[in-house]
Write a protein that binds this ligand. Structure first.
Ligand SMILES: Cc1cc2nc3c(=O)[nH]c(=O)nc-3n(C[C@H](O)[C@H](O)[C@H](O)COP(=O)(O)O)c2cc1C
Length: 365
């Protein structure tokens, strides 16, 4: 028995799991290629790349060079398709999309904003265009705008719920669970919305569920709701192929549920992180001295921000958690060990096949 493959136009992914893009430097060539090699879809993240020490170059130049190198490195490590995650909130969004197009990646995945002009950047080239949305309303705005302006529709949607890691497309109280929003509901709404487009435009737009998906049973549940696949990120941090420092992974393995908090990021969005002393200083409103080496986020004003989030994440990636923090999904506290990507995918597939066919059989009885 097999799970249904994830079909995004002519891009066919054997195992219906996308490994979520994780900036800053969390999902790099090593992780993404290992995931693609197992038959799922690996994704590299484009934010915060390029050595800060190269002071003779602007952030835009450094990040473009590093992003291109990372795509090429991933190609060296896998013959299979992989995707790139380019946040819409980035100041050099258009440049990074152009590189992804030139390098012929399998998919361009964009969250942290609505990429309304993305089709104009890729024209008729091949990467699949996959926006990340947190509501059916956001999906509808993209569908309508792309169709009206470019006679184009997204190749798939990733629907990200409030339990996800990184920056969140929800209000602080929704992200904290004070106002309850459920991924299952948003997935159902977007599945119904794309059915209308299937009827009127005859285009299949698969919906991929993300945010808090942890076990094979969770995957089966999402497939049952009409999702064609899932995107998972947090679980991939504690794999041997993930490039972050041991201390970063240790923060995951040691954290308790109450250590996982939501902060308001200088990007102007809530972000989920693991609490430590640095996070407590931010939460207390301390203004830290910094020179912005990146200018990476459209909505971040380095003069009024009280710290540099990109630098804090680079520090954490390198193991300096005194001056940084790890981002994570709401279920990070459930991680107990480091495994290989192969072991993780095997475990998820075993569990989800069992659950998927159990659910299907109970529906058909
Ligand atoms: C450490 C970390 C960094 C992330 N960085 C990004 C990013 O750069 N761009 C993005 O669109 N999503 C980012 N995300 C969100 C993931 O891609 C993914 O959709 C989400 O975390 C899925 O939920 P899960 O972590 O519970 O599986 C990040 C998540 C984590 C845990």
């Amino acid at each position: 028995m097999k799970l249904p493959e994830l079909v995004i136009g002519d891009l066919k992914i054997d195992i219906p799991i996308i490994q979520g893009g994780m900036g800053v430097r969390v999902s790099t060539a090593s992780l993404a290629s290992a995931v693609s090699n197992e038959g799922a879809l690996g994704v590299i993240a484009s934010v915060g790349l390029g050595e800060e020490s190269k002071e003779d170059m602007t952030y835009e130049e450094r990040s473009k060079i590093a992003f291109r190198e990372m795509i090429r490195e991933t190609k060296r490590l896998t013959n299979r398709k992989f995707g790139v995650n380019i946040m819409y909130a980035l100041t050099n969004y258009d440049d990074l999309v152009n590189i992804a197009v030139e390098e012929e990646v399998g998919a361009i995945i964009t969250g942290a904003g609505l990429p309304l002009h993305l089709p104009a950047l890729v024209k008729n080239s091949m990467p699949k265009l996959i926006p990340i949305v947190s509501s059916a309303r956001a999906a509808e705005i993209i569908l309508r705008t792309w169709f009206k302006r470019y006679q184009k529709l997204p190749d798939a949607f990733i629907v990200e719920g409030p339990l996800a890691g990184g920056h969140l497309g929800f209000s602080y109280s929704e992200a904290m669970g004070i106002e309850q929003i459920f991924l299952e509901d948003i997935v159902g709404e977007v599945v119904n919305l794309v059915k209308e487009y299937k009827r009127s435009q005859n285009k299949e737009i698969p919906v991929i569920a993300a945010g808090g998906i942890f076990t094979g049973a969770d995957i089966a549940q999402m497939l049952k709701l009409g999702a064609s696949g899932v995107q998972m990120a947090t679980r991939f941090v504690c794999t041997s192929e993930c490039d972050v420092s041991e201390k970063y992974k240790e923060a995951y393995l040691k954290c308790k549920q109450e250590d996982i908090v939501v902060i308001l990021s200088p990007a102007g969005m809530p972000a989920r992180v693991i609490k430590n002393e640095f996070v407590e200083r931010i939460q207390a409103g301390e203004k830290m001295k910094f020179e912005c080496p990146f200018k990476c986020l459209k909505s971040c004003d380095p003069y009024s921000a009280n710290y540099c989030i990109a630098q804090a994440l680079v520090n954490a990636y390198r193991g300096n958690l005194d001056e940084g923090f790890a981002m994570c999904g709401a279920n990070a506290y459930r991680l107990k060990e480091i495994v290989s990507v192969k072991e993780l995918i095997y475990e998820l597939i075993e569990q989800s096949i069992k659950e998927f066919y159990k659910i299907k059989n109970s529906i058909s009885k």
